[in-house]
Design a protein around this ligand. Structure first.
Ligand SMILES: Nc1ncnc2c1ncn2[C@@H]1O[C@H](COP(=O)(O)OP(=O)(O)OP(=O)(O)O)[C@@H](O)[C@H]1O
Length: 310
């Protein structure tokens, strides 16, 4: 569907250690353990190669949300600076309530290999930022986005689709983890943002709710379109098999049950490329002028007459 111009989101939700990263990114050791991101990239580029009827452009962005702040995992300055020194990714909203992310870079990928390199670069940057006290991978939300545009040669209509592949932070409750200091702060932020995610899901699953509280957290703002809007969304619930985690597993299943109640309406994202439209109209005007000159025998000048200007 993304190839056809629809937005998509796949997100993994579950407690720490239940397999979210394994599902979304994959295990590092074996090729057969690769996750949804490398498999998706492989599928997309294979399909793009097969379809010579359209011109496709693919861009990648990789956002990390840590303690309610957004960071660009593909920022070239990453290697030289620590996470906190990088410019924060901020949310801008246009008059049509579309979300734009400032300071989040988009990188063109023309092959599967280039796209995979961007994934590895982002994951490496994520690991560099980790210290024993700050295991960002478990305490941050990560959103890998594939932006795909397509158009037929000569056509002015462009289709834009984006696919978010999301690895959420662990969903366990603070009380159980029994931590203090920085870990407690992080846990509070995670709980708060997952709580806001839950609030949004609850609001969306209840009919007749006119206000959906997307703005409460960065993650719900970024995923606004994916959760209740123009998007085909899939949630993967990851569960721990251990008996002591039964409460968390039940809570994950309850969350999944609520998410399953949401009905989204995805529409094709088509727009007219203004530059192509202008070029096409200019060509048409020229042809009509030539035709007119031929019929009347009077060559037309480029300058508009006073009457035309009025
Ligand atoms: N299906 C699986 N098969 C084999 N190993 C798995 C599977 N799922 C998870 N693992 C292993 O379990 C461990 C924890 O998984 P993972 O890091 O994906 O959990 P997580 O839910 O992302 O945790 P966190 O919230 O801390 O990021 C990893 O070592 C991973 O390799």
């Amino acid at each position: 569907s993304v190839l056809a111009g629809y937005n998509g989101t796949i997100f993994a939700y579950g407690q720490t250690g239940s397999g979210k990263t394994f599902t979304i990114t994959g295990g590092a050791e074996r090729y057969s353990d690769r996750g949804i991101i490398p498999r998706t990239l492989s599928y997309i580029f294979e399909e793009l190669q097969k379809d010579s009827s359209k011109i496709y452009t693919t861009h990648i962005s990789y956002l990390e949300i840590y303690n309610e702040c957004g960071y660009d995992l593909l920022d070239p300055r990453h290697e030289a600076s620590s996470l906190e020194d990088l410019p924060k990714v901020t949310i801008l909203e246009d008059p049509d309530q579309n979300i734009h992310l400032k300071n989040l870079s988009r990188h063109q990928a023309t092959t599967e290999e280039e796209a995979l390199n961007l994934l590895f670069l982002g994951d490496t940057n994520r690991m560099i930022a980790e210290t024993p006290m700050n295991q960002a991978s478990t305490r941050s939300h990560c959103i890998f986005t594939i932006h795909l545009s397509s158009k037929e040669p000569g056509s002015a209509t462009v289709r834009h689709a984006k696919l978010h592949l999301v690895d959420l932070a662990g969903s366990e409750r603070v009380a159980k983890t029994g931590v203090g200091g920085q870990l407690l702060t992080e846990a509070k932020y995670i709980n708060l943002s997952l709580h806001y995610l839950e609030q949004v899901i609850i609001a969306l699953s209840e009919k007749h709710r006119s206000h959906i509280p997307y703005r409460n957290s960065m993650m719900t703002s970024v995923l606004r379109d994916s959760l209740g809007g123009n998007c085909m969304t899939t949630m993967i619930a990851t569960l721990s098999l251990e008996k002591r985690n039964i409460d968390e597993s039940i809570s994950t299943c309850r969350f999944a049950q609520r998410v399953a109640l949401i009905k989204n309406e995805a529409v094709l994202n088509e727009e007219i490329d203004p530059r192509l439209m202008i070029a096409r109209l200019q060509k048409e005007v020229q042809e009509l002028r030539d035709e007119l000159a031929l019929v009347t025998g009077e060559p037309r000048t480029e300058a508009l007459t006073e009457a035309e200007l009025l």
